[in-house]
Design a binder for this molecule. Structure first.
Ligand SMILES: Cc1cc2nc3c(=O)[nH]c(=O)nc-3n(C[C@H](O)[C@H](O)[C@H](O)COP(=O)(O)OP(=O)(O)OC[C@H]3O[C@@H](n4cnc5c(N)ncnc54)[C@H](O)[C@@H]3O)c2cc1C
Length: 471
């Protein structure tokens, strides 16, 4: 960045996908100087890889939603054209000592066919009948403007359908509990169907008919894994003149003269700061200037988990065809899910081996961060032996534990109000700082990439530099 560059300076705090996408769109505008400040020694945040039996595999997010444009566009922008989709979408639930296939036609875990649900045999005949009652009985009114997934689904389909099918899938995405997740926030289509129809199943079916099927894959990833996108974004940002400072934890923001903000310890004064850190880290930075915003940010709870990656010689661990299995919380297991990485992404992982990624922990279970590595590996392996009927004496050829402390923001009932409160106070009391990222408007990669683009547009508007307004 030349010393005589007098364009406004925007500092992006955090180099996860949101921060990188924000920086990418700002840099592309050519209207501002961009500095990304990242506390850890690497960029990517929750996009990361781990080495198992000598081969790098994704240890965080491994694919993104393809039916919205933001991540695909970002990949294409940095020259990644070889996007691929998971080789299999079949998933199982570990139920009653066996793996049973999830029924066809789920919308975010919620069934659209009572017959398919009954045929899956995930529920007892009585619980299947209870779910089918949704087609004929009038639902009781669920209290409040922002009911939980649990309240609505249990009311419409019964508690067992919630516990066996909906919570493992929807709760798994968020590492949350169905009774503590806002239906409107985590499954807006299901919320619309529930609000507009007497029967949830019929409502979801009507929605399907009304919308043209998008076609194409649901999920995508760069061939070789998500790490490639992080590397490319990093390279392109540097080549285009952005500065990226890793290993620099931002500790303090101080408003200074001329509408600038001092960002300690960088020694820089920014015309605008975009905070893309987790909400609790943003809360610490804004608290000296706005307790209202900081309190709202601290009100966003986070779940912690561990990913235990286990590699087995292929002959020792014949995996069923499919992407993996989910485990209902009611089963009282250590695992919440197991993903068959080498089935999903053939050609990845160490040759001659299968790799299974086991998830441990959720908002009401912190064993993923409290148990010792060896205990996590032994526990995950023992449950795989049971679920997959592995021979006794089989041991993993390699095992890696990746901890994800306070990694999954919880979209609890009241989330939207909390986020609006955080932003409104910030706007009033620290107007040169804004918020974007997984804690606010969607935690999936695509939602984070969208937020990055929006944060860049809003920053340019705020600085009076939006398209058509530049000299
Ligand atoms: C194990 C796991 C699997 C997932 N799988 C998927 C998936 O398959 N598909 C999908 O769409 N989503 C998935 N997600 C969700 C998705 O990956 C995340 O929500 C998303 O990557 C978060 O991006 P972010 O940029 O908002 O935040 P982060 O990635 O958390 O980035 C924030 C950055 O801010 C930095 N930071 C914090 N405080 C400071 C400070 N004071 N100063 C400087 N830097 C700071 C952090 O070090 C971090 O790098 C998964 C998440 C996890 C944890």
């Amino acid at each position: 960045m030349p010393a005589d560059d007098d364009r406004p300076l925007v500092i992006v705090v955090g180099a996860g996908i949101t921060g990188l996408a924000t920086a990418w769109h700002l840099q592309r505008s050519g209207a501002v100087r961009v500095v990304v400040v990242e506390g850890s020694d690497r960029v990517g945040g929750k996009l990361s890889t781990a080495s198992i039996a000598g081969v790098e595999v994704d240890s965080g997010a491994d694919c993104f939603l393809a039916r919205v444009p933001w991540m695909t566009a970002l990949c294409l922008d940095v020259g990644i054209n070889d996007l691929t989709s998971p080789a299999t979408g079949t998933a199982y639930v570990w139920s009653g000592h066996r793996l049973r296939r999830l029924p066809e036609g789920l919308v975010l875990g919620v069934p659209t066919s009572a017959t398919a649900l009954a045929r899956s045999r995930l529920l007892s005949p009585g619980a299947s009948l209870r779910a089918a009652m949704d087609l004929v009985t009038r639902a009781a009114a669920v209290d409040g403007p922002d009911p939980s997934v649990g309240a609505v689904v249990a009311d419409r389909l019964g508690r067992r359908a919630l516990q066996q099918v909906v919570e493992p899938l929807l709760g798994g995405i968020h590492a949350g509990m169905a009774d503590r997740l806002s239906l409107r926030e985590v499954a807006p289509l299901v919320a619309d169907a529930a609000a507009g129809h007497r029967s949830l199943i019929r409502g979801l079916r009507a929605q399907r008919k009304a919308t043209t099927p998008a076609g194409g894959p649901v999920f995508l990833a760069p061939v070789g894994g998500m790490g490639r996108l992080v590397d490319r974004l990093h390279e392109h940002l540097l080549a285009d003149g952005a500065e990226i400072r890793t290993g620099t934890v931002v500790e303090k923001l101080t408003p200074a003269a001329g509408g600038r903000t001092s960002v300690f310890p960088t020694g820089l004064f920014a015309d605008h700061v975009v905070l893309t850190t987790p909400a609790f880290a943003a809360a610490q930075l804004v608290r000296p200037h706005t307790t209202g915003s900081a309190d709202a940010l601290d009100g966003i709870a986070y779940a912690s988990l561990a990913m235990v990656l286990l590699a087995y010689p292929t002959g020792d661990a014949p995996l069923p065809a499919g992407s993996g299995f989910l485990v209902p919380r009611t089963a009282g297991r250590l695992l919440t899910a197991a993903s068959f990485l080498t089935n999903k992404w053939p050609g990845t992982g160490p040759p001659g081996h299968v790799v299974v990624r086991c998830s441990i922990g959720h908002i009401a279970d912190d064993r993923g961060v409290t148990m010792a590595d060896a205990a996590l590996v032994d526990g995950a392996h023992a449950e795989l032996v049971e679920a997959l009927h592995l021979r006794s004496g089989v041991r993993p050829a390699d095992a890696v534990v990746v901890r994800w402390p306070r990694a999954f923001p919880q979209y609890e009932p009241g989330h939207r109000t909390r986020v609006e409160r955080a932003r409104n106070f910030l706007h009033a009391e620290l107007p040169d700082v804004s918020l974007a990222g997984a804690a606010y408007d969607g935690l999936g990669l695509a939602a984070c990439a969208r937020q990055g683009e929006e944060a860049a547009t809003q920053t340019l508007q705020k600085l009076g530099l939006e398209e058509g307004n530049r000299e």
